[in-house]
Design a binder for this molecule. Sequence first.
Ligand code: ADP
Ligand code: MG
Length: 379
Amino acid sequence: MDHLKLVNPFVVGKYVSDDFFCDRQTETEFLRKQIVNGRNTALIAPRRLGKTGLIRHFFAQPDIKENYHVFFIDIYATNTLSDFVCLFGKEIFDKLKPLHKKRMERFFGILKSLRPGFKLDLVTGEPVFDIGLGQIEQPRTTLDEIFTYLETADKPCVVCIDEFQQIMNYEEKNIEALLRTKVQECKKTLFIFSGSRRHLMNQIFNSLSKPFYQSVISMDLKPLDKSVYSDFAKKLFNEYGKRIHPDLFEKAYDQYEGVTWYVQMLLNELFAITREGAECPLESFDVALRNVIQIQESSYKDTIAQLPTRQKPVFIAIAKEGIAMNVTSSGFLKRYGLGAASSVQAAIKGLLEKDLITRTEKGYRIYDYFLAEWIRWNF
Ligand SMILES: Nc1ncnc2c1ncn2[C@@H]1O[C@H](COP(=O)(O)OP(=O)(O)O)[C@@H](O)[C@H]1O
Ligand SMILES: [Mg+2]
């Protein structure tokens, strides 16, 4: 089979195929083992490490595609159960394509409450499913219908709910209890719950008082192995008639602690600025970094502009510090002109809640490495 040739093989933000996806064999095996044995799984790791990519990769495995119906919903932007069932319904409908009459009949036969969303596209005449927010009046009914649909499908279904911790922010109370009940009633359908906010995910899955306790296998994700990732990068450069300086990959990996998104972003840019037949030199690192950060600049400006007055100087101080250890020490407060320790502590609490900073063993740091660089350059 001919392999797909991309303009730039270092893909960011989507899953294309095996050829552009590095490793994750052990993790894919682990997931396969859980699913094949009928176990639900919770995948927990910081943002941008590769959770979504791993699940897409797992869902693209030939045996999984063959033996299961797979569904993927990212609930990051949902705020209510109604949003949730709307997204879920749309995903199921999208997976019915190409749309056969029979499949559609089954869909709307069971998901009766979604029928108002069924329309014919005015231009193409194709059937489309377009249910507006707020159009789902009884989300619990729709949720029941969705589960009935999944449980009566001709093959077992695997559902990934990405950014699952978002259910903790829903306007309705105890959605996790409702979902747990639904999930545990399933005889055939399996779930992968993926999330980046560890304490929220732990609250949902591991705490005795909370309803998902002991109902799922928990799985961590670590950065890709350095040498495996390095070989992957070199191989792709070579396949496209380019080379990369031997220390360049290592520099990118080390500087961003192997967090996949940052490394991929840099590799993508390093590849782009290297002529065919040439080797990408070590000096290209700074150029590539500036270029990728430049692209994000307007969103960084927004982030800073939206910070409350008291959080902003603390945020900038942490960025400049790199890793801020004693944030209430007089040295730190003086160095950045921060005022009282108590107000710094309050600011840190706010920044942690928004996921803008994170706490590591060594101290606080800005969650987004590139944003931290940008602040160091501009403030
Ligand atoms: N194994 C991998 N090989 C190559 N690129 C990857 C791999 N895993 C993730 N990526 C890329 O890294 C970026 C971050 O991964 P993603 O899966 O979105 O992280 P998360 O869901 O944990 O936030 C994405 O752009 C994705 O395309
Ligand atoms: Mg993700």
